[in-house]
Design a protein around this ligand. Structure first.
Ligand code: ADP
Ligand code: MG
Length: 481
């Protein structure tokens, strides 16, 4: 950022809750499927129907808010937020407005080795809208299609205070929030599928200035990378405007990734007047303290708590703890392997270097790969006891990940058992020495670097299966004589 300026960012995240049914109807909540196949009278806004709140959605929302350290409100209200759009047949969206179910709390972030918490204003529940499809490739021309499968899907909106200070912090915030929601099983939190969406509010001010500048709301940020790029670009744009003596307009802008710039969508004058009022069809949402406390007790260990524990219990470096805890299945794999007797740092290295690579290649979730933590520990035992070399261990690992076979079985079927039989290695070493009389002479004349040449020859002859320590000992002896 340019000297003398600072950025002020506040984030609004919408996360779809992982329920079977929608927030106020029994229609199934899911991704994809034939257009308008997942709707009931309630979702299409027929007159005379009544919404009924989905208890499971409330439970998931409360769980998320508790994990974020929010204060749960004993009574909250649903309101009607009016606007007119083809994908909103009722003419209003049911949301929480003046009276959300959760306030305060924060999102823990870690950036450049420093930890802090970005404070939250509120978390509230609302229903998602349907989708308008303008794409001519789908509609065949100058018409718009409406798909109401998404209408009524339960959402939580998580609103931060304007206390995010940089695009990188915004990225860290979103990664942390996604990770927490996934740990809780509250949301798939997958930006690509649109079940985790972010609007970013941004203003700039002179460093040290107390009051906030005029903000712009940035939309259409479809990946974490776009959020960071969009924000960085918007910060520069606003600073340029102010430095040229201009004024930042309060407006909504759309990020256009292919053009690498934001474009105005609507200004303050055109800002919507939502005419909120409490929904007369829905009673106030009352949450019993006892029930809330039971939800709190049922929370799993969260990523930042795991990070602290991995440091304290296993002495792992910060980089490792961050990678291992970002996703619950990776953390679970690591912990199971350590429980099965694996050395924590060794397991951490194998998970980070090899397991994550295998998963990335396969494109499947970890749980669908046939490799188990138990098998990794068995592999590490084979390596530890010298029955396989490090090279073979990697080979066996990739085969394990593919076939789900146990490491010992692969070692045998692939003939990867280390050659540490001294007699056998001695024979190979003698042959190598016979075959390379010139090099032996040079070595003995003082070219000590050639030692590794002989090691390499033996490794080649054994296809990497010779135990390096044994090879060194034998060579030292044979070349000296
Ligand atoms: P709205 O109801 O229009 O969405 P809110 O007051 O709820 O507006 O604020 C939305 C988001 O904008 C919050 O995350 C808040 O922290 C952030 N925000 C508010 N003022 C500013 C500002 N001047 N600069 C940057 N972000 C801001
Ligand atoms: Mg907003």
């Amino acid at each position: 950022m340019q000297n003398g300026w600072e950025a002020v960012i506040g984030l609004e995240v919408h996360a779809q809750l992982r329920t079977k049914a929608k927030l106020f109807s029994s229609a199934p909540n899911g991704f994809g499927g034939a257009p308008n196949s997942r709707t009931t009278e309630v979702d299409v806004g027929m007159p005379g129907v009544l919404p009924v709140i989905n208890e499971r959605a409330v439970e998931l929302a409360v769980r998320a808010a508790l994990a974020l350290g929010c204060e749960i409100q004993p009574v909250s209200l649903f309101a009607r937020k009016h606007y007119f759009y083809p994908d909103l047949p009722k003419g209003y969206q049911i949301s929480q407005y003046e009276s959300p179910f959760a306030i305060g709390g924060g999102v823990p972030i870690e950036l450049d080795g420093e930890s802090r918490s970005i404070p939250l204003t509120r978390v509230h529940m609302e229903e998602d809208a349907g989708k308008s499809i303008h794409d001519a490739a789908v509609t065949g021309g100058e018409v718009t299609f409406v798909d109401l499968n998404r209408a009524g899907v339960p959402l939580i909106e998580i609103v931060s205070e304007p206390e995010v200070r940089s695009p990188e912090e915004a990225g860290a915030y979103l990664r942390s929030l996604r990770s927490i929601l996934r740990y809780l099983g509250v949301s798939d939190a997958d930006m690509e599928k649109g079940n985790f969406r972010c609007d970013a509010n941004i203003s700039v001010r002179r460093t040290g200035q107390a009051e906030l500048g005029t903000r712009v709301e940035l939309k259409n940020l479809n990946s974490f990378k776009f959020v960071e790029k969009g924000l960085a670009h918007e910060i520069e744009r606003q600073i340029d405007v102010l430095q040229e003596g201009g004024e930042v307009l309060q407006e909504t802008r759309n990020w256009n990734e292919s053009a690498g710039e934001s474009r105005p969508q609507r200004g303050k004058e055109e800002a919507d007047d939502y005419r909120y009022f409490p929904d007369p069809d829905l009673p106030p949402l009352r949450l019993e303290e006892e029930w809330v406390e039971a939800q709190r007790r049922a929370l799993p260990e969260l990523p930042h708590q795991k990070r602290a524990r991995y440091t304290a219990e296993f002495g792992l470096p910060a980089g490792d703890t961050r990678v291992l805890t970002e996703e619950p299945d990776v953390a679970g794999f690591f912990e199971s392997a350590v429980e099965a007797g694996g050395d924590p740092k060794t397991v951490a290295n194998w998970v980070m270097r090899n397991l994550l690579a295998v998963r990335a290649d396969s494109g499947c979730p970890l749980g669908e790969l046939p490799i188990t933590p138990q098998h990794l520990v068995e592999l590490l035992d084979l390596l530890d006891s010298g029955r396989i070399t490090a090279t073979s261990a990697r080979e066996i690992f990739f085969e394990m990940a593919r076939s789900g076979e146990r490491p010992e079985a692969i070692m045998r079927s692939e003939g990867l058992e280390a050659v540490s039989d001294v007699g056998e290695l001695e024979d190979i070493a003698k042959q190598v020495i016979r075959d390379h009389a010139d090099q032996v002479e040079a070595y003995r004349a003082g070219q000590e670097k050639l030692f590794n040449f002989f090691v390499g020859q033996i490794m080649q002859a054994t296809r990497g299966k010779a135990s390096p320590d044994a090879v060194r000992a034998i060579l030292t002896q044979l070349l000296a004589s």
